[in-house]
Design a protein around this ligand. Sequence first.
Ligand code: SF4
Length: 63
Amino acid sequence: MECQKEKNLKNCPCTSPSCPRKGICCQCIDHHREKDQLPACYFSAETEKTYDRSIKRFIQDQE
Ligand code: SF4
């Protein structure tokens, strides 16, 4: 299966300017999971901009 990076980038809400994993969702998830975090697409647009990808922040974002 070919990487769907270009397609993924069209839907990626991450505003991190220089991340090499942007659009490569498998690497993005792996990177954040290793840190007990979630990727940008789990957060509201406002919270995403804080770059806090913690599970705690995700839960707060749902309230
Ligand atoms: S969520 Fe994290 S790993 Fe994924 S593209 Fe944004 S900064 Fe990179």
